[in-house]
Design a protein around this ligand. Structure first.
Ligand code: IPM
Ligand code: MN
Length: 356
């Protein structure tokens, strides 16, 4: 039976990038049933919500979901895709395709993956008034002996790191590093925390990653504090293989990583639970260029390639990735962010032509 793929545009440039990717998926005639139910900010007036029941019911049944991007309205969709589907592993490959517009002098051979824990850490915001925290934890003292009641009016945010959540993301990262090593990568896991200041929560994250690593003697391991990691990513990006990080650190490093390989228009992602997965670009809804037909759809097309691989269409996935790579190599038909003049759909057509 054909696998069911549900495509959700979302907000801003979302519908444009998913239209481009869907065009390729349809024209390539993969064994997929593709459904594109109405959703996103453009349907709020009609349905009273960005995520109508029809879309949600289709997503419940889907084998995989391709998502455009979220602005304000589609946060609902993002919340479903992450927290309801429990897609705990947010996998963000950062690979340099020669011809893309990297700001680095030598971006050759950058090929690493950020594995971002997707359900815990600082997101979704668990915040409130410091006065409530002072009541709940009257005796708590921080590193320098200060109580919550000693602060004036203000807000707090809570960061949750669990043993179960960390073990699960650590194992996912190790399995990915093992798989990549078999294909010729260096076989290294880099754990990123801020354990020098967040001793308990980052301490647990680091300790659990190191515990899980013991089951993978063939993998190299290193740990960097997040500030150091940011610097190393710029200076030595080729030395990275699989980076595992908690939610917010992974979020921030993803945008940095995307720029290294040519910009937010390029970086794809896949978010996996043990049962299901959805795929989306790393970029947001880019309202400033929405509706103009000029957004770079590469990130969503590469996300679609990750989806093909997930659905067992490995050969088709690498053919699509190779097609994208060859359009970049030729530099004839690229969008504006890459120094070209092509429209979103012209770029998609160029990829389709190479996709053999
Ligand atoms: C991302 C985005 C989202 C996030 C936003 C839009 C909520 O920045 O996927 O990286 O922070 O997770
Ligand atoms: Mn982000």
């Amino acid at each position: 039976m054909a696998k069911l793929v549900v495509v959700l545009g979302g907000d801003g440039v979302g519908p444009e990038v998913t239209e481009a990717a869907t065009h390729i998926l349809r024209q390539a005639e993969y064994p997929l049933e593709i459904q594109t139910p109405p959703c996103g900010e453009e349907v709020v007036d009609e349905f009273g919500t960005a995520f109508p029941d029809e879309a949600r019911e289709l997503c419940d049944k889907a084998d995989a979901i391709l998502f455009g991007s979220t602005g304000e309205a589609s946060i609902l969709i993002m919340a479903y895709l992450r927290y309801v589907l429990k897609t705990y592993a947010n996998v963000r490959p950062m690979k340099y395709y020669p011809g893309s517009y990297s700001p680095l002098a030598n971006p050759s051979n950058i090929d690493f993956v950020i594995v971002r824990e997707n359900l815990e850490g600082m997101y979704p915001g668990r915040e409130g008034d410091i006065s409530d925290l002072a009541q709940a934890l009257p005796d708590y003292r921080d590193l320098v002996g200060k109580k919550f009641a000693d602060f004036g009016e203000g807000k707090f945010a809570i960061r949750i790191i669990t043993k179960e959540g960390t073990d699960r993301i650590a194992r996912f990262a190790c399995e990915l590093a093992r798989k990549r090593k078999k294909k010729g990568s260096m076989g290294k896991v880099t754990c990123v925390t801020k354990q020098n200041m967040l001793r308990e929560s980052c301490g647990l994250f680091k300790a659990r990653v190191e515990q899980v690593l013991k089951d993978y003697p063939e993998l190299e391991y290193e740990h960097f504090h997040v500030d150091d990691a940011a610097r190393r990513l710029v200076r030595f990006p080729q030395k990275m293989d699989v980076i595992v990080a908690s939610n917010m650190f992974g979020d921030i490093l993803s945008d940095l990583g995307a720029e290294l390989v040519g910009g937010l228009g390029i970086a794809p992602s896949g978010c996996y639970s043990d049962e299901k997965a959805y795929f989306e670009s790393v970029h947001g809804s880019a309202p400033d260029i929405a509706g103009k037909g000029i957004v770079n759809p590469t990130a969503t097309i590469l996300s679609a390639a990750m989806m093909l691989e997930y659905l067992g269409l490995e050969r088709e996935a690498s053919a699509l990735e190779n097609a994208v790579a060859s359009v970049y190599r030729e530099r004839n038909i690229l969008t504006r962010d890459q120094g070209g003049t092509a429209t979103t759909m012209q770029f998609a057509q160029a990829v389709l032509k190479k996709n053999t």
